[in-house]
Design a protein around this ligand. Structure first.
Ligand SMILES: [Fe+2]
Length: 391
């Protein structure tokens, strides 16, 4: 039988795409640390090949990792451990404010066609790093925020290269890190790769922007960014500060032709409003000396304000005022905006960071200090609880 060139190429491609029995697993994107609490965190990463993975944990106390058998964690669903290309391992049962070392391991699945026996490639260590859990008893809180990067890797790298994992409690992405999610690979490449070393050891908090709601794969956002509520809005506490991460959704009316019938954000915002009313009454939030709201679209009301911004100003803002919010941090406008209390119904200042600065935040129970820093490392503005200090 004579095989045509195209048939040979197809057979060749088939063999090339199959993992060899000797192939070791390697990470494609990650790891990044998310969903951090006082007692746990989630480690996420992706692989090109279907891989069976697990995580070993040890306290970050200088003891030898191999000194004794360390606890292992797996991605387990209803009693069955998972293999795949998206890896999400919940680490639980930890102590507040404590450093932990983690190692992730894997072996490529070479044949799982039988329900009674899976063949694997060799076992290999894929990554090692450290992370610290949150602690509401800590006397300080610090983080760095970037926003509106829109896939510009060089800007992202310039804004994050000076940040050392030891210097901050977490790293905050405040929306529009990419312009849309039509392709998962594009999303992973531009969100988790440019600051990969930082994200392997610094808790990531990712507030969704209006642009992350766009594109045929936009629904994957939550899969890569698990939260305590399983929604992009959630609450957490570090030291004296309680954080309310909220999501204004898309900026235009749901009926806008660009959304092609996919948008249902008017219902989403109304449901979220009810959640905010309840969540802000819990002691984790209400007893915090400082309360910070994080929302990509600031709850402003200006002449240029459009649909969703006006809605959150009218509906979210009164609830946030009643909840005793001390500060809102936002982005969206690609320029600095500092809105004094009382300017548009707000009882607290609203600070929108621009797209070419990082925002550095430090707080104690007595107050906070904010610096915005450009890609050259130059301080562009300083704020505290009394307002703008310099410009
Ligand atoms: Fe935006």
């Amino acid at each position: 039988m004579k095989l045509t060139t195209s048939v040979l190429l197809c057979i060749g491609a088939l063999f090339l795409s199959l993992p060899s029995a000797a192939q070791k697993p390697s990470i494609q994107h990650g790891p990044w640390i998310t969903n951090v609490t006082e007692t746990g965190f989630t480690v996420m990463w992706t692989t090109a090949e279907k891989t069976f993975t697990w995580l070993e944990l040890a306290p970050d106390d200088g003891s030898a990792l191999s000194a004794c058998r360390r606890p292992r964690f797996y991605n387990t669903i209803s009693g069955r451990r998972q293999a795949g290309t998206i890896h999400s391992i919940d680490v639980t049962g930890l102590e507040p404010g404590k450093g932990y070392r983690y190692r992730i391991y894997g072996k490529i699945v070479t044949d799982d066609s039988s329900a009674y026996g899976t063949a694997y490639g060799p076992e290999s260590r894929m990554s090692t790093s450290t992370v610290r859990t949150f602690n509401h008893k800590s006397d300080k809180c610090s983080f760095v925020m970037v926003n509106d990067i829109h896939g510009k890797d060089e800007t992202f790298k310039a804004l994050t290269r000076e940040i050392s994992a030891d210097s901050v409690d977490f790293f905050l992405m405040n929306g529009d890190m990419v312009s849309y999610i039509n392709d998962r690979e594009y999303f992973l490449q531009h969100v988790y790769d440019p600051a990969a070393e930082l994200l392997a050891s610094t808790p990531l908090v990712y507030a969704r922007g209006n642009h992350e709601t766009r594109g045929s794969e936009a629904h994957c956002f939550g899969q890569y960014n698990p939260t305590s509520t399983e929604e992009p809005y959630f609450l957490f506490r570090q030291g004296p500060v309680a954080f309310l991460v909220i999501d204004a959704g898309e900026d235009k009316p749901d009926s806008s032709p660009e959304y092609s019938g996919y948008a249902d954000f008017e219902t989403y915002r109304s449901e979220q409003l009810e959640w905010i009313k309840t969540a802000t009454r819990c002691p984790e939030f209400s007893e915090a000396p400082l309360k910070v709201a994080i929302m990509h679209i600031p709850a402003l009301k200006e002449r240029s304000s459009y649909f969703a911004q006006l809605w959150v100003n009218e509906h979210f803002l009164p609830v946030l005022n009643d909840a005793g919010i001390d500060l809102m941090l936002s982005g969206h406008h690609h320029t600095h905006k500092y809105i004094q209390p009382g300017q548009c119904g707000n009882k607290f200042p609203i600070l929108a960071n621009d797209d070419t600065d990082r925002l550095e935040f430090e707080a104690s129970a007595d107050g906070y200090m904010i610096r915005t820093v450009d890609t050259e490392g130059k301080i562009t503005a300083t704020y505290n609880q009394d307002g703008k200090v310099t410009r």
